[in-house]
Ligand binder design. Structure first.
Ligand SMILES: Cc1cc2nc3c(=O)[nH]c(=O)nc-3n(C[C@H](O)[C@H](O)[C@H](O)COP(=O)(O)OP(=O)(O)OC[C@H]3O[C@@H](n4cnc5c(N)ncnc54)[C@H](O)[C@@H]3O)c2cc1C
Length: 133
């Protein structure tokens, strides 16, 4: 691994929702070598274990960092964060809700260029479908 890390043009740390997409996009250009580092298990597409495909299960302990956070009281609240290729989007009980158009508009108002207007349904579909390498 150290050889790869020393020779890669770009190292992306974390193969979650952002990192995996970033590495895939960078890899579309054949020139730079891209290394994607993921701390959790890297399952092949179609080989994700039942625990991650169970709609009744959030944060299976084998694929979660085990974080907790504290709200306004002193209570520690479990705060699931995926530790697996796919990141937190792989431990979401197979459900993902998209942000509302109004949220994208607000981000745009606050200066997030390129996020408003809301992405078209075609872009949303692309983000939620799998194109195996
Ligand atoms: C249960 C649940 C339900 C959710 N539902 C929705 C929803 O309906 N709609 C929605 O929009 N969002 C939802 N989210 C939020 C969404 O999943 C996250 O906002 C998004 O996945 C964050 O992406 P990310 O790339 O920033 O981090 P992550 O996807 O968490 O990826 C981080 C990756 O980095 C890896 N990593 C961390 N440290 C290291 C290290 N030192 N070395 C190597 N790898 C490392 C982790 O293992 C992980 O794979 C949900 C999240 C959870 C947990």
């Amino acid at each position: 691994m150290s050889d790869l890390a020393e020779t890669a043009d770009v190292v992306v740390v974390g193969g979650g929702s952002a990192g995996a997409v970033l590495a895939a996009r960078l890899s579309q250009d054949p020139a730079p070598t891209v290394l994607l580092l993921e701390a959790g298990h890297a399952y092949a597409p179609g080989a994700y274990p039942p625990a991650l495909l169970d709609a009744n299960k959030i944060a299976d302990p084998d694929h979660d960092w085990g974080y907790t956070s504290r709200g306004t009281g002193q209570t520690q609240i479990p705060t699931p964060r995926g530790k697996v290729l796919g990141g937190s989007s792989a431990v979401n009980a197979t459900v993902a809700l998209r942000a509302r158009a109004a949220d994208f508009a607000k981000w745009g108002e606050h200066g997030a260029e390129g996020w408003s207007p809301a992405p078209t349904p075609a872009a949303c579909w692309k983000a939620s479908s799998l194109a195996a390498p």
